[in-house]
Each structure stands twice: as structure tokens, then as C-alpha cells.
Design a protein around this ligand. Structure first.
Ligand code: BYC
Length: 330
């Protein structure tokens, strides 16, 4: 039975026998690892799930420019400033590839923007925390981009072609982002006592929000079972969170920093770390708009949209004039 072939809790997922023939053929294609392309038949739920996830992913890239953009004018050296500008520009590029991938599913960029600005569409919880010191830029690269890579590497194998191809390019750039963040942390940790304390403070503040990036626990995840069945996701939220902890703890040790979790310890039997419970109350508060920076982030995006109105109007006027000239010349 199909539901036994995937790592799903089975919540609401139909077995092959329960599907109608068209849907069954689609699922068999997915099971065989054939990519689904925009013009192929797909269940409406698959299309909607992808639009939701890809557009939220795109919004995260765009909103994610704000916390780091906050430090461009205050980067400690010209070199660090140039690197940070390049990184923030990369995030804009990621947003654009992802909006294009979502557009192939029949939603327009304007519709997606409207959903973000009206608060209907989510973006990653992590970008609702403030960047208080330069060490936060190191912590974001190291932890936030590190968590993003952990989540996005499997998305390169997503069943939907345009999303999977966008992820291949995004992942290459994210590796550079992660390394530049870790490089900042290494410099700070090899610096003065104050610099090392700044690095520890950043780790203390970004650790738990980074673990929240992987989404609610498997028991609370609404979409995981179906997304695993459709091979949109390859791993559950908890599986990726565990991998991230196991990868990151030795990196913190190398820096000489301590992870702010008294329950963290190596579990020989499972071959991974045990770690404390994420504060899910905080997660759901942030996701529902009540995090420390939600209002600021949304205000910045709304301002950018309204400031850009004259430019969008000018582009439209130019395009209309151009096509009228063309018609007149025919
Ligand atoms: N924050 O059923 P679940 C970057 C929502 S940007 C907010 O587990 P799913 C970077 C979820 O949407 C990289 N909301 O959902 C950029 C759902 O709500 P709706 C960002 C969250 O989709 C700039 C509900 O909770 N990466 O790297 O199966 C600078 C139930 O969750 C969060 C992506 O976007 C969250 N953390 O799994 C630096 C990755 N978690 O939609 C760096 C793509 C969950 O029903 N997305 N929710 O209203 C995914 O892989 C999946 O969507 C998730 C959630 C793992 C996030």
C-alpha cells in the first residue's frame, strides 16, 4: 500500500487503492521519481500546497533581507560590507527564482505580494527577531543559513521540477552564506573577551529561533504527511531539526561557545543529540504576528511596495506605448 512506502504519519493521505485512476497515475509517477512539470496534470491540492510553500519560501527570502540589510552601513570593514551586500542581493535573487517557480502554477506575482502584505501568507518566523549586534550577522549566516541549507538540500529532490531546479542554485549560494557567517563567528571568537562574549550572546539569542525554522513538531505539523506522500518534502520537520542540531553542536564546540540548552547531550544509542523542548508557545506567537519584529517587517514591505508604485506605473506605461507603436507600424 502506498501509504506504507513513505515516511508519513498517514494523516489524511489516500492509499493508491483509494485514488481515482488519474490521481493514481500521478502518484505512481511521483513514486517513480519522475518530475512533475507545470503543464502536467496535478491534483488541485498538490498545486495549492506548492503555491503555499513556494510563495512563503519566496516571501522569506525577501523579508529575510531586512535583518541583515540593517547592518550594511555598519559592517566593520569595507570587505565585510561588500560581502554582506552580495549576500543580501543573493537573497533577493532567491526570492525572484521562487516567485517565478510559483508563477508556473498559475498564481501571479501581484497576487502573492498581496497575500504577503495582507498577512494571509506567512514567511519564516526567524526574520521576526532583531539583529542587535554585528555578531548577529555571523549567527544568521552560520545558524539561519545553516538551517536553511539543511531544509533546502532535500528540496532539490522535490517532485515539482521548477521548485527543485530553483533549489539547486539557491543551495550553492546558501553554502557561501553559511561559510561567511561562520567566518565572522570564528573571527569574533578568536578576538577579545568582549568580542567572544558578543558571539556567545548572538548564539544564545538565535539558537532556539533557528530550531523553530524547521516548523512545528511532527505531531503538530498539518501538512507533512501529504507533502511527504507527494514528495514535496523528503524529511519530516523533526528529522531535519535533529540533523541540524547534530551538525551544529560540534561547530559551536570548535568556536568555544556553549549551546544554550541544559538538556543537550550526546545519546550514544541513537547516534545523535538529545535536546530540550522548543518553546512552541513562542513559535506560534511569532507565526501569528506577535513576534518582536513582525510589525516592523510588514511595515517595511508595505512601504517598499507603495514607494515602488510610480516605477511599476512607468514600466506599464512604457510597455503600453511600445506595443501601441508596434501596432501603428504594422
Ligand atoms: N515560520 O504543517 P507544517 C532563508 C507554518 S529563507 C513560519 O509543518 P509545512 C534566508 C506552515 O507554513 C528560507 N511559518 O507546514 C533568507 C503552516 O502554515 P500554513 C526559508 C511556519 O509547509 C534570507 C503551519 O506552520 N525556508 O534561508 O509542511 C536571509 C504548519 O506547519 C514555519 C523555507 O521557506 C516557520 N518556521 O512545513 C537568510 C523552506 N514552520 O501555510 C536566510 C520551505 C511552519 O498552513 N518551506 N510554518 O498557514 C518548508 O520547507 C516548509 O514549508 C516548512 C513547514 C518546513 C517551513
Amino acid at each position: 500500500m502506498y501509504a506504507q512506502e513513505v515516511k508519513s504519519t498517514g494523516k489524511g493521505v489516500l492509499s493508491l487503492e483509494e485514488m481515482d485512476p488519474v490521481e493514481r497515475a500521478f502518484q505512481e509517477k511521483v513514486n517513480a521519481g519522475v518530475k512533475i512539470e507545470p503543464k502536467d496534470w496535478m491534483p488541485e491540492g498538490y498545486r495549492k500546497t506548492l503555491i503555499r510553500q513556494i510563495s512563503q519560501h519566496a516571501h522569506s527570502e525577501i523579508v529575510g533581507q531586512l535583518p541583515e540589510g540593517n547592518w550594511i552601513t555598519r559592517a566593520p570593514t569595507l570587505e565585510r560590507k561588500a560581502i554582506l551586500i552580495a549576500k543580501v542581493q543573493d537573497e533577493a535573487g532567491h526570492g525572484l527564482y521562487l516567485y517565478c517557480a510559483a508563477e508556473t502554477l498559475g498564481v501571479s506575482r501581484d497576487q502573492m505580494t498581496e497575500q504577503l502584505l495582507s498577512g494571509k501568507a506567512k514567511y519564516s518566523s526567524i526574520f521576526n527577531y532583531p539583529t542587535l549586534t554585528w555578531a548577529d550577522i555571523g549567527a544568521i549566516g552560520w545558524l539561519v543559513d545553516g538551517a536553511a541549507i539543511m531544509n533546502q538540500v532535500p528540496l532539490q529532490r522535490c517532485s515539482f521540477g521548477p521548485y527543485s531546479r530553483a533549489m539547486i542554485r539557491v543551495c550553492k549560494e546558501e553554502s557561501f552564506h553559511q561559510r561567511q557567517g561562520y567566518d565572522i563567528m570564528m573571527k569574533l571568537c578568536a578576538g577579545t573577551l568582549d568580542q567572544k562574549a558578543m558571539a556567545q550572546d548572538a548564539l544564545d539569542r538565535w539558537w532556539w529561533p533557528s530550531l523553530m525554522m524547521f516548523g512545528p513538531s511532527d505531531a503538530q505539523s498539518v501538512h507533512s504527511a501529504q507533502s511527504l506522500a507527494w514528495k514535496i518534502k523528503q524529511d519530516t520537520n523533526d528529522e531535519l531539526r535533529q540533523k541540524f542540531v547534530d551538525q551544529t553542536v560540534p561547530q559551536a564546540k570548535y568556536l568555544g561557545l556553549s549551546v544554550p540548552d541544559p538538556d543537550l547531550k550526546w545519546n550514544e544509542e541513537k547516534g545523535g543529540h538529545d535536546f530540550g523542548e522548543v518553546d512552541w508557545e513562542e513559535f506560534f506567537q511569532v507565526v501569528s504576528g506577535n513576534g518582536p519584529c513582525n510589525a516592523d517587517r510588514m511595515a517595511a514591505r508595505r512601504k517598499a511596495w507603495s514607494d515602488g508604485e510610480w516605477f511599476r506605473d512607468a514600466l506599464m506605461a512604457h510597455a503600453e506605448k511600445h506595443s501601441a507603436d508596434k501596432v501603428a507600424a504594422e
